[in-house]
Design a protein around this ligand. Structure first.
Ligand code: SF4
Length: 724
């Protein structure tokens, strides 16, 4: 499919020319998509059979992109042309360039099927070539660019500016198809544009005369090529059509961008001889020269969007957080230093992890997060040179694996980070640079960023490593809750029952070698069931790896089922028998011991974090307590994701808001509250749940804590003293 961009200064007639061009091509039997990229959204008005159409941006104001339907914004017009208008904000408000970027991302997500069409025609406002309006200039969007101009200096200036923009993208590849002179009836107009054409080396493919047929056809609600197919303007536009057809057939000629410098423009305007000094590739800001197809890039923008509403921080943070788990990779955050600060301090999470596990010294987070430090200037002129500089720095420091995580600002201004990464990767063949274009919360939430980097890390697993027999990988997107000393001790103990130890904790603090060799494990076990962990499991399957069918067990009952499955797989029924006997014995001793306090007691379970409550309730009931109610208190964070843990519960769970949680407990009037947060009042005896929840040991630990809580007063004396 050929992609054609028609650029020109506002009001120069590019919409008229491009819409007629689409019509004439469709009349020749071509299947055409016409995309208007001008905030005034009138490019398709005469292609449509009647009325106007909803713009992409207006539609996305009301409908989240994951619920959007292409048919709501793509309307079939005359001659079967599929019409789309990106639209834009009201004049003086917002950023129209960002609107173009958002629309293009949305169209990709909505699955505009390119294979069904012969060509796309983009009608683009070319007064300003900011990152947004320059998007259709990128090679991924346009194979041939036509520049519409008149003999007015400002329209020549705009055409020259567009060439400058192209010089910034890929100067070595010819992509300009020609100039289209749309006459305004000025004195020496043709001569003026001819001189510009000669100076830049770009031919004029058509000269469209001023003609009374234009306003008449407008009044008729028709295109001039439709109303007056034999008129001079229609015949002139058909020359552009023939030029496009030649490109479809592969016989068209394309030209490199050779824009004029300020001095030459001055010479052109004043009628003096134009000196032969062109802005060459090296004169342009952010010169780009490589084939972007060779790069390793994950376009998260094309992934399903995160749900609108409450999110757990931004996608860039999620991406940097996951990448920072791998000690020997560098993470370059492309954005302002404040974003970099947020990302760099994702290592705080490792600190939390350490506190919970009491392992301050032996778990070190990656401190390899750096930032391109975009500022006002780079936000205006583009920040890719900063990205290039930071990448070169990281390579000179000896890193062979680098993640580039983009933030909101480069996403909004349309920085072409792909091109920089492709070029540097080509220059340094031994270095792997993965671009994760998440663009902050523009493109999703933390989980989207986590998934993006996780996928890239899974790609690193060596498929040729032979599976062993004595280790397992533990799989969890976020190891924070898992990383308590008790949990890890319980897991090591459980695995050792079956002759197994831990190979790689994916994804906890590790080296790239740990990931590369993940396939050497006997199997991989999910730490807990969650959407994101299932996603990782399915990718491991795709890599030909075995994934154990049950996540790590929580509480006693699940532990026995899990052990049964593992023993069956490993063919060791005798180990299972002795394990079951030992578990039953230890557990019944604990139930007998702690049940003395718990028997007959009324217990309320109140939780805020994503914990499965059934094993907690099972243990308490085994010890003779009565469960009054399990309450899920909705707080911050992503409610849908937290809630999924409760939806898996086999017992009924009552939801309440944080402000109602106290009243909810008052209503129940329990002897004991089991919760995972500190109660804000002292009326009831409280047992705070331990972070450990894996294996049968957790059930025993819980009974012990609950029993001890019943022996202590609701408020300890030292706390009372503090309140006086
Ligand atoms: S949401 Fe955007 S601006 Fe805020 S920290 Fe994330 S990337 Fe930076």
């Amino acid at each position: 499919m050929l992609q054609v961009a028609v650029y020109g200064k506002g009001g120069i007639g590019k919409s008229t020319i491009s819409s007629n061009l689409s019509y004439l091509l469709a009349k020749k039997g071509k299947k055409v998509v016409h995309i208007g990229c001008d905030p005034k959204h009138d490019s398709t008005k005469f292609i449509l059979h009647e009325g106007s159409q909803k713009t992409v941006l207006d539609y996305l104001k009301d409908v989240p992109v994951q619920q959007a339907n292409l048919s709501e914004i793509a309307v079939v017009g005359k001659e079967g042309i599929l019409c789309i208008e990106t639209g834009g904000p009201e004049p003086g408000i917002g950023c129209a360039g960002r609107g173009v970027l958002t629309s293009f991302d949305a169209l990709k997500r909505l699955g505009l099927e390119d294979e069904k069409f012969d060509l796309k025609v983009y009608d683009v406002l070319g007064d300003v070539v900011c990152g947004g309006f320059a998007v259709p200039l990128r090679r991924e969007y346009s194979d041939a660019v036509y520049l519409v101009t008149s003999g007015e200096f400002m329209s020549i200036y705009a055409a020259n500016n567009i060439m400058r923009g192209m010089l910034n993208f890929d100067p070595s590849i010819p992509r300009i198809a020609g100039l289209i002179l749309n006459k305004r009836g000025l004195e020496n107009e043709e001569d003026f544009v001819r001189r510009f054409s000669e100076a830049t080396g770009v031919p004029i493919v058509a000269t469209i005369p001023r003609s009374k047929e234009f306003p008449i056809s407008d009044k008729m609600g028709k295109l001039v090529s439709e109303a007056f197919p034999e008129s001079e303007p229609a015949i002139a536009i058909s020359l552009v059509r023939d030029n496009v057809l030649a490109h479809i057939e592969g016989t068209g000629k394309l030209y490199k961008a050779r824009p004029l410098g300020d001095r030459q423009l001055d010479e052109l305007m004043t009628g003096r001889k134009i000196t032969a000094e062109f802005l060459e590739e090296t004169d342009a800001i952010n010169v780009r020269t490589t084939n972007s197809a060779s790069m390793s890039c994950l376009r998260v923008k094309n992934a399903p969007a995160a749900p609108k509403g409450r999110t757990d921080s931004c996608a860039s943070r999620g991406a940097a957080f996951v990448a920072s788990k791998v000690k020997d990779v560098a993470i370059v955050v492309h954005g302002p230093s404040n974003c970099g600060y947020v990302m760099a301090h994702t290592s705080d999470y490792h600190y939390l992890t350490d506190v919970r596990s009491n392992r301050y010294a032996d778990v070190l987070a990656s401190n390899n997060v750096s930032c391109t430090r975009m500022d006002d200037t780079s936000a205006i002129f583009g920040g890719v040179s900063l990205l290039e500089k930071e990448l070169r720095k990281k390579i000179s420091e000896g890193f062979t694996k680098i993640f580039v995580v983009t933030t909101c600002v480069p996403g909004m201004i349309g920085d072409d980070s792909q091109e920089v990464v492709a070029r540097i990767s080509e220059e340094f063949p031994g270095i792997t640079i993965d671009l994760v274009e998440v663009d902050g919360n523009i493109t999703g939430d933390t989980q989207v960023g986590q998934e993006a980097v996780t996928s890239k890390l899974i790609d690193m697993i060596d498929p040729d490593v032979e599976p062993g027999n004595d280790t397992v990988n533990l799989i969890c997107a976020v190891f924070i809750a898992f990383n308590t000393t008790a949990n890890e001790r319980n897991v090591i103990k459980l695995l050792s029952e079956f002759g197994l130890s831990i190979n790689c904790k994916f994804l906890d603090i590790c080296d790239t070698d740990d990931i590369i060799n993940m396939k050497s494990a006997y199997t991989s076990v999910l730490v807990e069931e969650s959407e994101i962990n299932f996603g990782i499991a399915s990718k491991l399957f795709d890599k030909g790896m075995d994934v154990f069918p049950m996540a790590l067990p929580k509480g006693k009952e699940e532990t026995l089922l899990w052990a049964e499955e593992m023993a069956a797989r490993r063919g060791c029924p005798e180990k299972l028998a002795s394990f079951v006997a030992r578990v039953e014995n230890e557990y019944s001793l604990a139930v007998g011991k702690y049940g003395k306090n718990l028997r007959g007691k009324k217990v309320a379970i109140s939780l805020r974090s994503a914990r499965r409550p059934d094993w907690i309730a099972d243990a308490l009931e085994d010890a003779g307590a009565e469960i009054l109610q399990i309450t899920f208190v909705k707080t911050g964070g992503n409610y849908e994701r937290l809630n999924s843990a409760y939806q898996k519960s086999s017992r009924p769970v009552v939801e309440c808001n944080i402000k109602d949680s106290v009243a909810e407990l008052m209503k129940l009037n329990p002897d004991l509250v089991i919760c995972d947060y500190g109660l804000p009042f002292s009326k009831y005896k409280t047992a705070i749940l331990p972070w450990s929840d894996i294996s049968y040991d957790s059930s025993i630990e819980l009974l012990k804590i609950a029993s001890n809580a019943l022996k202590t007063p609701p408020m300890q004396g030292w706390k009372k003293d503090l309140m006086i």
